[in-house]
Write a protein that binds this ligand. Structure first.
Ligand SMILES: NC(=O)c1ccc[n+]([C@@H]2O[C@H](COP(=O)([O-])OP(=O)(O)OC[C@H]3O[C@@H](n4cnc5c(N)ncnc54)[C@H](O)[C@@H]3O)[C@@H](O)[C@H]2O)c1
Ligand SMILES: [Zn+2]
Ligand SMILES: [Zn+2]
Length: 393
């Protein structure tokens, strides 16, 4: 089969690789009909995540038709059309029982060659969190779904059956960015009339804006430096855009626009590669700093006292300029982490069917899988006003 494989920083290629085979009784083999490139894939593409090997198949946002199932698969059958959440979860461990699917403690091998530790540094004897598709040996070395075929473990837990009549594009983002934006909004603890700032107008920030509108949130400020992304978010979700290349201090601006208090909540949909601090970018490159703290620092500065900071953006390791004291002074609540995708899927599918969410509207680029390397470059460079790339095998 054909698959998108990693060969080094900014070097991904579509190659012919062996077809996947069923391994465990509850595996299925999926024939992929649509797959997308995620901002998280860009961290891999830019060589920022250890644990990749030449030839690794990337991709964790995908859907398709069930081609084959293992003997223990009962929830789906050959021919079913399904979306696959990016977190691989067993469904019956301590954490899965609590619907904390991204914390599943059984799918990321704790030992052996596939042993994965995730991004945690001070792990001690803690078990690893869930395996993820196409996300390096740290997350279980599971081949991803930017491919014609993919093996899906735990097929009784993850796959979501899609009713006929819903085109792929309408439901594809249930695999990751839609539940991620939704969880970010729930974690932000906002509702009708709340004020919210979203840092980052990428796909995750846009899905968060869509979900915040669904929840009746009032003023939504959105901070980025790509005018085309901000303009789209303003036109589609009615956000108040702030371009951090044009404004010295977005946090100060937001404080002044909110009676000198700051917003009820901030969503950091940027993460550890945040732009805007040359010092931190250099330190992170030299591995003296785990993550750039730029977005997080601004989030602390622009949230009101007693407010909430919700962080879907990915962070790794330590940040020196974290300003924990300011967060304490303001009495801030933090919520963060990988998305417990499975938890939200039935509800979000319902919103799509009711026409209350239209995640497909952010798609700008549709390409065959064979052109996936171009897709990565365009999305990474923010070229051609790219918001989201969908590939079809
Ligand atoms: N928690 C999860 O489970 C989960 C799931 C999906 C993605 N993510 C993460 O969410 C983040 C965003 O993903 P995406 O697909 O939207 O990526 P993206 O790279 O397309 O978007 C990030 C946006 O942030 C902007 N940005 C950079 N520095 C900024 C700053 N200092 N202030 C404000 N904006 C800034 C960029 O210009 C860009 O538009 C990534 O870190 C990704 O890994 C997390
Ligand atoms: Zn993702
Ligand atoms: Zn589990």
């Amino acid at each position: 089969m054909k698959a998108l494989t990693y060969h080094g920083t900014k070097d991904v290629r579509v190659e012919t690789v062996p077809d996947p085979v069923l391994r465990d009784g509850d595996d299925l083999i999926l024939r992929v009909t649509a797959t997308a490139i995620c901002g998280s894939d860009l961290h891999l593409y830019r060589g920022k995540v250890p644990g990749l090997t030449h030839g690794d198949i990337l991709g964790h946002e995908f859907m398709g038709v069930v081609e084959d199932v293992g003997p223990a698969v009962t929830n789906v059958a050959r021919g079913d059309r399904v979306v696959i959440p990016f977190t691989i979860s067993c469904g019956d461990c301590f954490f899965c029982d609590r619907q904390l699917f991204a914390a599943c403690e059984t799918t990321n091998p704790q030992e052996g060659v596939e042993k994965g530790r995730g991004a945690i540094l001070n792990k001690k004897s803690l078990r690893s969190a869930a395996a993820l598709f196409g996300y390096t040996a740290l997350y279980g070395a599971v081949p991803g779904g930017q491919a014609e075929l993919v093996r899906v473990p735990k097929a009784n837990v993850g796959p979501l059956k899609i009713p006929t009549g819903l085109p792929d594009e309408k439901v594809l983002f249930l695999s990751d960015i839609l539940p991620t934006g939704y969880q970010a909004v729930l974690n932000a603890d906002v509702g009708p009339g709340s004020t919210l700032a979203i840092m980052g107008a990428g796909p995750v920030g846009l899905m968060a804006a869509a979900c915040a509108r669904l929840k009746g949130v009032g003023d939504i400020y959105m901070i980025d430096h790509h005018p085309y992304r901000l303009a789209y978010a303003k036109a589609t979700y009615g956000v108040l855009p702030i371009n951090f290349d044009e404004t010295d201090d977005p946090a100060e601006q937001i404080i002044q626009l909110t009676q000198g208090r700051g917003v009820d909540a901030v969503i950091d949909a940027v993460g550890f590669e945040a732009k805007g601090s040359a010092v931190e970018t250099t330190m992170a490159t030299l591995k003296l700093e785990g993550s750039s703290g730029k977005a997080l620092r601004q989030a602390i500065a622009m949230v009101r006292r007693g407010g909430t900071i919700s962080v879907p953006g990915v962070y790794a390791g330590f940040i020196h300029g974290f300003l924990f004291g300011d967060a304490f002074d303001k009495g801030v609540t933090f919520k963060m982490g990988q998305t417990h995708a499975q938890k939200y899927l039935p509800e979000l599918l319902g919103f799509i069917q009711e026409g209350r969410l239209h995640p497909d509207e952010i798609i700008t680029h549709r390409m065959p899988l064979s052109q996936a390397a171009d897709g990565y470059k365009i999305f990474n460079d923010k070229a051609e006003d790219c918001r989201k790339v969908v590939l079809t095998p």
